[in-house]
Ligand binder design. Structure first.
Ligand code: NAD
Ligand code: UDP
Length: 320
């Protein structure tokens, strides 16, 4: 963690702060002494994610859709509002696209008026099904603009373009983080992403459904590492805009992940089964994090084994 004790207390807005990453980030910012306003429409996030912080005067939670302009006095904005699970973002693709695009314009207009530094939670999905491996920030990506993932990946590409256009035209302090698959305690049991699906199924002694033959890869980052990276990026000098990849370069096949989860959490009856591979499912994904290491002094410190064990523990306690 950067030494936040030296940083003055700030008024920080976290859009999507009731979600998985947003709630962890909010906890970290409050623990560093900042005042945090969470703006969320609770479409995939919950008030329960913030319940352990609700007693703090420094936290304000607003029920607000980011597609609607908002007006607050703030010093920093972390813009996370957007469903991240393919199952969730494909439920209402038009809304997802509007959240990415209109939501980013609203956040940027707020930042412009207040002078706040604004950080976009972008995604490795901007690289699509990558032809370059591992992916570095200079790679322009391989995205299907008409496929089922396009509401999200093209939405985030447009959001990045909006951030860099406001920077270019208005000279604003903007930061863009490209986040790779992140997991950990606090994911919804019905979130739909692979780690929570596998852990919940294993604990219930149900089949872990590996989509395709399981040879596709992902690189999984533990949530505490990730939110540390976001704060480090926010605290960089104004000329550091990114994009900067944030993720764990430890790459695994989905099949390996399933086997690790069974070994850690498999109740009697838990076993692997296969289902059809979703359309446009990226074949390989792994971040090159040299830029994050160099610019932020950041790299993940939690191994997949440690992070999965903590995640399993968390889900097990909830199920008890
Ligand atoms: P999440 O679904 O748990 O959280 C998203 C939050 O945004 C939820 O609280 C949801 O209610 C809120 N939200 C959605 N649409 C909104 C709207 N129109 N107005 C206000 N609030 C809205 O997802 P997450 O994993 O916490 O992801 C957070 C951000 O990080 C997203 O922008 C996502 O694209 C990005 N990201 C996450 C990952 C990951 O692996 N977790 C990877 C890449 C990028
Ligand atoms: N996946 C799977 N079983 C599941 C959910 C996902 O095999 O229950 C696969 C999915 O096809 C993809 C990988 O796991 O190849 C990661 O999926 P996730 O939805 O977590 O995120 P993505 O990286 O695809 O956005």
């Amino acid at each position: 963690m950067p030494d936040q004790s030296a940083a003055p207390a700030r008024r920080v807005l976290v859009t999507g702060g009731a979600g998985f990453l947003g709630s962890h980030l909010t906890r970290l910012l409050l623990s560093a002494g900042h005042r945090v306003t969470v703006v969320d429409n609770f479409s995939t996030g919950t008030r329960a994610n913030l319940a352990h912080l609700a007693h703090l005067d420094a936290l304000t939670v607003l029920d607000h859709d980011i597609e609607v302009p908002l007006d607050l006095e703030v010093d920093q904005i972390y813009h996370l509002a957007c469903p991240a699970s393919p199952v969730q973002y494909q439920r209402d693709p038009v809304r997802t696209l509007k959240t990415c695009v209109v939501g980013s314009f609203n956040v940027l207009d707020l930042a412009r008026r207040t002078g706040a530094t604004v950080l976009l939670a972008s995604t490795s999905e901007v690289y699509g099904d990558p032809a370059v491996h591992p992916q570095d920030e200079a790679y322009w990506g391989n995205v299907n603009p008409m496929g089922p993932r396009s509401c999200y990946d093209e939405g985030k590409r447009c959001a990045e373009a909006a951030f860099f256009s406001y920077r270019e035209q208005h000279g604003m302090p903007v930061k863009v983080a490209r986040i790779f698959n992140t997991y950990g305690p606090g994911m919804r049991a019905d979130d739909g992403r692979v780690v929570s699906n596998f852990v919940v199924a294993a604990l219930h002694g149900e089949p872990l459904r590996v989509l395709g033959d399981g040879s596709q890869t992902r690189s999984f980052c533990y949530v505490d590492d990730l939110v540390d990276g976001l704060v480090r990026l926010m605290e960089t000098p104004e000329d550091v805009t990114g994009p900067i990849n944030l993720g764990n370069p430890d790459e695994h096949t989905v099949l390996e992940l399933a086997e690790m989860v069974i070994a850690l959490a498999g109740a009697p009856g838990a076993h692997l089964e296969h289902g059809p591979l979703p359309v446009d499912d990226p074949t390989r994904r792994c971040p090159n994090i040299e830029r994050a290491q160099w610019v932020l002094g950041w790299k993940p410190s939690t191994t997949l084994g440690e992070g999965l064990a903590a995640t399993v523990r968390w889900f097990r306690e909830r199920a008890a």
